[in-house]
Design a protein around this ligand. Structure first.
Ligand code: ADP
Ligand code: MG
Length: 368
């Protein structure tokens, strides 16, 4: 596998009057391979755009180095900085970044004009990019005459027209309605297959990242939390943040004593769990609504507080010690509101209780 985009110890600190100093990206290490579709996933304000802007060359690094195709393109200490137009990247951003005063042809031709291609070359390349992006026949239209989806296709065509080694896509679908998002996701994958470029796709939408990515990373407050395939991250989340960010989660405060797991605030009856933690003491048991099984024979005795019918399953609210938990079960074995039943917990993972400092820092950064 060829390394296409490499970040080594990349850090970016902003200093503002309101917040003082904020490390937007902290010691970021990453290797994206040629032809890979790689997503950055994380809540708003976690540093996704800043990282992308540093790769693109729009933002200076506070420290660290960035390599593109084996070439060092950003390194503060060595005084190396290659400008964006020389990095061989295509970029599409969240806002429809098309020029309203230029028609579709001129919008797409712009990067080629900057690179001083001949008129004939420009015409050929633009028409081809338009064709790939399903914009045939719209050369003379202006962006304001077109739909949001078409405008985003212009941005996409303008990015691929230079035949980039890699595409950086910063929430390119966020402004589109759900149906169009689906279509555009598919289009992006199709273009990638056609051209073979590497993609870094930034999103805060977990299902989008899961659907598109070969691998992805989850970040929080400037720190990479975990890197892996969508399945690895969903099935083996390394910490509570990753667990809660991908898919639905139940977190149950527990106290582990003598090889048994007791729910917090209910010290007499242990839970039925498929796995025990390595250590004793207070911690958090994490599981998903679809890996908890309700039955009438054995397990942890509990009571259904609320039942909600959904299309593909029935959802039950339970109280376990001091926490609420949601269980999803098939329609064929119904439990009644208020019914006493038993619970078995599978795919149990254990984490330390939440760290107070992380919560304070989140508050300081106005992230909820
Ligand atoms: P995301 O794209 O994940 O939503 P950003 O990379 O835009 O996050 O922002 C990460 C953090 O850096 C945020 O706390 C944001 O306020 C801060 N930040 C981003 N750009 C600037 C800037 N130009 N000046 C000061 N702070 C900034
Ligand atoms: Mg952003």
């Amino acid at each position: 596998m060829t390394e296409q985009i490499v970040l080594e110890h990349v850090t970016k600190t902003f200093t503002t009057k309101e917040l003082g100093s904020v490390t937007a990206v902290n010691d970021f290490n990453l290797v994206v391979h040629k032809g890979e579709c790689f997503s950055f996933l994380g809540p708003s304000g976690c540093g996704k755009t800043t990282t992308l802007r540093m790769i693109a060359g729009f933002e200076d690094l506070s420290s660290g180095s960035i390599y593109l195709g084996g070439k060092l393109v950003s390194d503060r200490s060595k005084n190396i900085y290659l400008p964006p137009e020389k990095r061989g990247l295509g970029m599409v951003f969240q806002a429809f970044a098309v020029w309203p005063h230029l028609n579709v042809f001129d919008n797409i031709a712009y990067p080629l004009k900057v690179k001083r291609f001949s008129k004939n070359d420009i015409r050929e390349k633009v028409l081809q990019a338009m064709h790939y992006c399903n914009l045939d026949g719209l050369e003379k239209s202006f962006p304001s005459d077109l739909s949001g989806g078409q405008q985003q296709r212009i941005a996409l065509a303008r990015a691929i027209v230079v035949n980039p080694e890699a595409m950086l896509l910063d929430e390119p679908l966020s402004n589109l309605d759900p149906h169009l998002r689906e279509t555009m996701r598919f289009e992006i994958k199709r273009l990638q297959k056609e051209f073979g470029f590497t993609i870094i796709f930034v999103t805060h939408d977990q299902s989008e990242a899961m659907a598109l990515s070969d691998r992805m990373l989850i970040m929080d407050m400037g720190n990479i939390q975990q890197i892996g395939t969508p399945a690895e991250l969903y099935n083996h989340p390394k910490n509570r943040f990753v667990h809660s960010f991908l898919g639905q989660s139940n977190f149950i405060n527990v106290d582990v004593r003598d090889g048994r797991v007791y729910p917090a605030g209910q010290a007499d009856v242990p839970l039925w769990v498929d796995k025990l933690p390595e250590k004793s003491g207070e911690q958090v048991l994490a599981t998903r609504p679809n890996t908890m099984i309700l039955n009438r024979e054995e397990g942890f005795p509990c009571r259904i507080i609320k039942r909600t019918f959904k299309t593909d399953f029935v959802e039950y609210l339970l109280k376990i010690g001091e926490d609420n938990a949601i269980v999803q079960a098939p329609h064929r074995e119904l439990f009644k509101n208020g019914e006493a039943c038993y619970l078995k917990i599978y795919n149990s993972v254990y984490y330390d209780r939440e760290n107070e400092e992380a919560a304070k820092e989140r508050e300081r950064r106005n992230i909820v």
